[in-house]
Design a protein around this ligand. Structure first.
Ligand code: ADP
Ligand code: MG
Length: 385
């Protein structure tokens, strides 16, 4: 029902022959037109970008067809339904992305195709990958399979205040979405290591489940954020799971259960669950969920001597999280970035950037034959500090 399962095994990130470019003067050659395709969960998305180098990224089109309404009655994403919708929509979304970008001759104008190869829902991923392989084969174009979570990280390269030329490493990334809650250390382009992750539910998933308990519908994050604005975040003290654990992992299922028991106890006491009570529960839940995210991120940033903290993923749309993480990073003198709102949830623009960087730095062969779906694709685990 959600966009990932726990990862049973990890893949190493290969960096053969990788030579970090000089900051601000990455010699990446002439402008390329890059097509991105994303179908890992419930968004069918295609984008066309013109990329001169990592400092000069121009979005020519960014088309996203969301299936949120289709999955809403189930309170989460149903994999086979998602795949069926992707199959129905992908060619239309592709066509619209090309038209919006002013591409009339695909063969002549597009230089590189990129597609999410994992992590995500297997049946959904396969639709995008098969479509991408087919056009790469037909037009004889290089194809890059991209890690969806790297895509989220690279959505920061679209931040209006962001200057890729002055980017400093290492960057500690908090990637927080419906399927993932991860702390990922980025030592350079294409050099990612997993520092911590959720042991059970992802933070976004907890927002979705708590919203369901409160009868707020799906997706829950925006609904919780909205009613929390008029709620008292101190009315119901809720647990901060794993806040003091000795590692950088998270756990959100206990917090969700605490809300379940709180509602049960209130009902047993004969209390009315009116709109104000719901707002107070939402605000208290949001406070607890975000408190853990921010504190653990700051602890990890210190431990790994990060120069910057970047936020990304669907939950990065939360205004409270954006603000709290910003002020916490400023307090310890670190740089901070978050994606523009339009690029917080799943989109193909971020996949195009991630694929472009992979193509330039990792020197993968770019053949469609070497792109494979991996629903559990992950990062190598960090080695020491
Ligand atoms: P995934 O890739 O795992 O499907 P996305 O990156 O698309 O996830 O993010 C979707 C998640 O973001 C959902 O769980 C949704 O509830 C959450 N979300 C969206 N907006 C907010 C918000 N304002 N506050 C908290 N969570 C949010
Ligand atoms: Mg996502």
């Amino acid at each position: 029902m959600i966009c990932n399962e726990l990862w049973p095994h990890r893949l190493s990130v290969r960096t053969p022959g990788f030579q970090p470019g000089k900051r601000g003067s990455t010699p990446l050659g002439a402008a390329m037109k890059v097509l991105g395709i994303e179908t890992s969960c419930d968004e069918t998305a295609v984008a066309v970008l013109e990329i001169e180098d990592i400092n000069n990224v121009k979005v020519l089109s960014n088309i996203v067809s969301s299936q949120v309404k289709l999955h809403a009655p189930y309170g989460g994403v149903v994999p086979n339904l998602a795949a069926r919708e992707h199959t129905k929509n992908i060619a239309h979304v592709f066509e619209q992305a090309l038209t919006t970008a002013g591409i009339s001759d695909f063969e002549k104008e597009i230089d590189l195709i990129t597609v999410t190869s994992g992590p995500g829902l297997g049946p959904a991923l396969l639709v995008g990958i098969t479509f991408a392989k087919t056009i790469a084969w037909k037009y004889n174009k290089p194809l890059i399979g991209t890690n969806h979570l790297k895509g989220h990280v690279y959505s920061n390269w679209l931040n209006e205040d962001f200057n890729a030329g002055s980017v400093v490493f290492p960057i500690l990334n908090l990637v927080v979405s419906g399927g993932h809650t991860e702390l990922v250390l980025m030592k350079n382009y294409e050099d990612f290591e997993l520092v911590g992750e959720t042991m059970d539910d992802a933070a976004g998933e907890a927002f979705d489940k708590v919203a369901r308990l409160l009868g707020l519908g799906y997706p829950g994050g925006p609904a919780i954020s909205k009613i929390a604005e008029s709620g008292n975040r101190e009315r119901f003290p809720l647990p901060r799971p794993m806040l003091h654990s000795k590692n950088f992992n998270f756990s959100y299922s206990g917090l969700k259960t605490a809300v379940l028991y709180l509602l049960r106890d209130l009902k047993e006491q004969g209390a009315e669950i009116d709109d104000q009570t719901k707002a107070d529960i939402a605000a208290s839940f949001q406070e607890a969920a975000i408190d853990v995210l921010v504190k653990k991120t700051i602890q990890a940033a210190k431990e790994y001597q990060a120069a910057a903290v970047f936020l990304s993923g669907g939950v990065s749309a939360s205004a409270v999280l954006r603000e709290k993480l910003k002020s916490a990073t400023e307090d310890i003198g670190l740089r901070y970035s978050r994606p523009p709102m339009a690029y917080t949830t799943d989109n193909a623009t971020m996949i195009a950037i991630a694929g472009y960087i992979n193509h330039k730095y990792e020197k993968t062969d770019g053949s469609w034959q070497s792109v494979h779906m991996n629903a559990n694709l992950g990062f190598k685990v960090v080695q020491g500090s």
